[in-house]
Design a protein around this ligand. Structure first.
Ligand code: FES
Length: 144
């Protein structure tokens, strides 16, 4: 094979964790908690099918997610997808954050094995629940 031969194109389902998944699992972004004073939205979501759990904290400033933290008790896929979700949501406006889908997280990680697809749902569900919590707190603060 000559040096100029094109790299083989991989097709079909992703069978293993991609380098991006391994990188986010090894060095997860935005791990930790926000203090109660800094928390504008919070959610704790679990997957009864596998027992994994994700806690997510948000701080919202002028309509944008200015800080986001998570703690995941789960598999490498759950940790990597939670990390990528927080990377996508950090700095997003509320409508942008609400629009982040499971597919966005999986694509940003270069794919995820078929039997791990459900792991990324944990992050998206937690983000939506934390945004709902933020919205409820806004309503309470407004005295409605
Ligand atoms: S196996 Fe449960 S979230 Fe990954």
């Amino acid at each position: 094979m000559s040096d100029s031969a094109p790299a083989p194109v991989m097709s079909g389902p992703v069978l293993y964790y991609t380098p991006q998944v391994i990188e986010h699992f090894s060095h997860p972004r935005n791990v930790g908690e926000l203090s109660a004073a800094d928390t504008d939205g919070y959610a704790c979501i679990g997957d009864p099918g596998c027992g994994d759990e994700l806690k997510l904290w948000l701080h919202v400033d002028q309509g944008r997610i200015s800080a986001i933290r998570f703690k995941t008790f789960g598999c490498p896929g759950a940790i990597a997808t939670s990390s990528m979700l927080t990377a996508l949501a950090a700095g997003a406006t509320i409508p942008e954050a609400l629009a982040i889908s499971d597919d966005d997280v999986v694509k940003a990680l270069g794919g995820i094995p078929e039997n791990k697809q459900h792991c990324s749902l944990l992050g998206v569900k937690a983000l939506q629940a934390a945004l709902l919590d933020w919205s409820r707190r806004q309503t309470v603060a407004a005295g409605a």
